[in-house]
Design a protein around this ligand. Sequence first.
Ligand code: T3D
Length: 257
Amino acid sequence: AYKTISYAAENGIGVLTLNRPDVMNALNSTMRAEMRAAVEAAPETARVLVITGAGRGFCAGQDLTDRAGDEELDLETTLRDEYEPLLRAIADSPIPTIAAVNGAAAGAGANIALAADVVIAAQSAVFLQAFTRIGLIPDAGGTYTLPRLMGMARAMGAALFADKITARQAEDWGMIWECTADDDFEAHWQARAAHLANGPTGAYARVKEALRASLGNDLDAQLALEARLQGECGRSDDFREGVAAFLEKRKPRFTGR
Ligand code: T3D
């Protein structure tokens, strides 16, 4: 059993809950290791993974009580050995990932959320690139994702000023997929997760592969990748079912095969 998170899967939806609510789910080594393990194992029990936070925050980033006055601290090692594998696990997961941001997402907490495929935030949530407030640079992939999601001008401003970015602003900027009313938040992300859990899982894996590769590819490479991945989709049961359902004017029953 996990100590700092919980994981439960039902109806194809895996929910990973960060569970240190007294410190706004701040991250420590145990939590990073447990998150990585749960993210890597999720496809065994689920067709979509939701990451959310217990209590009023999503994740306050690194637990700063672990960082006070430690002269021996080597952040390069922490990033390489603990953050990098976690961020890779999220990026490489074959199932869609949703960050359901229920409250403040600060520092690495913000950038772990932004590493998910889809970010859905409650209206009262905020995103905070807190790093420069304590003399650090954005990590947990932030310097990669921020300019790609919202452009260089906003990425620079967010990182240098470390202002709170509201969920509404994040949606307007294209930093996240959607901001929803607090009252509706839980039902909404559950419905979104259910949609993906009942969808063409193999196509979703290839959507992720293609879009993520697109950021580093030129047109020729991307067209070749699309052709290969579409060839694979074309041989799937879900494609046959999707076409049959359309022609029969009924909802498709995707199995993920
Ligand atoms: O070190 C490395 O490995 C390198 C990697 C670094 C990655 C990072 O994430 S660096 C950035 C670390 N995070 C921050 O600097 C954010 C600090 N937190 C905040 O700015 C605010 O707490 C929030 C904006 C997240 C929320 O504000 P608010 O006003 O809603 O809540 P609060 O009162 O500030 O926090 C509630 C409690 O959580 C409070 O404890 P208390 O007073 O009730 O006993 C607070 O101290 C605690 N808490 C919040 N964030 C952290 C934390 N405790 C430890 N570490 C935290 N990061």
